[in-house]
Design a protein around this ligand. Structure first.
Ligand code: E4P
Length: 214
């Protein structure tokens, strides 16, 4: 399973890259709005650090404008993946830019049928938002399970990026369901490393090591 970092924070991206576990990154307008750099400079810097796909979101709403914007974003770096929200205008744009070889991550997926349509239009990735579904008392991970089943049923090559992850259990369930990618906030990544028994184990080993005759 691939792990992407869900952030536009350069320090977090550099740190995760040093851990040796970083496969890609996802950004969105909210995440980039928190950073203090000009948008294009920020994306270019992120793309240099990340050893894989970096999703960058289109904000246009008409297909012809989305297409133009997607072409521009794709030129920022070789590893840019263009994020397009699922909607009719988005589908038209996905069809055109995917045909030109631009990789598309269809975002804001909240139903399996949306994922099916995105895959048929040519999207390279779909991003079901599990945390936002949990927030309104739906089972977010059920959506991932259904999308994985549909893609397996028909041999779609579109990869599933589990997004809007809130805690390590979302990542565990992603892995158990066989979804391709989890895009994880840095705070969740830190929690995934930790276990209280590991901390106690290290502490006790260090104590005992200090008693060893050397
Ligand atoms: C992923 O591509 C999205 O940017 C992200 O996971 C959204 O997460 P949120 O629901 O925590 O904003």
């Amino acid at each position: 399973m691939q792990i992407f970092l869900d952030t536009a924070d350069l320090d977090q991206i550099k740190e995760a890259a040093r851990w040796g576990i970083l496969d890609g990154a996802t950004t969105n307008p909210t995440l980039v709005s928190k950073e203090n750099l000009k948008f294009e400079d920020l994306i270019k810097k992120i793309c240099k650090i990340v050893p894989g796909p970096v999703s960058v979101e289109c904000v246009s709403t008409k297909s012809k404008d989305i297409i133009k914007e997607a072409r521009g974003l794709a030129k920022l770096a070789d590893n840019v993946v263009v994020k397009i929200p699922i909607c009719v205008e988005g589908l038209k744009a996905i069809k055109v830019v995917s045909g030109e070889g631009i990789k598309v991550n269809t975002t804001l997926i909240f139903s399996p049928n949306q994922a099916l349509l995105a895959a048929k239009a040519g999207a390279r990735f779909v991003s079901p938002f599990v945390g936002r579904l949990d927030d309104i008392s739906h089972q977010g991970m059920d959506l991932v399970d259904e999308i994985v089943t549909i893609f397996n049923n028909y041999g779609f090559e579109t990869e599933v990026i589990v997004a809007s992850i809130r805690h390590p259990l979302h990542v565990l369930e992603t892995a158990l369901m066989g979804a391709d990618i989890a895009t994880v906030p840095f705070a969740v990544l830190e929690k995934m490393v930790k276990h209280p028994l590991t901390d106690i184990g290290i502490e006790n080993f260090l104590k005992d090591w200090s008693k060893v005759k050397r």
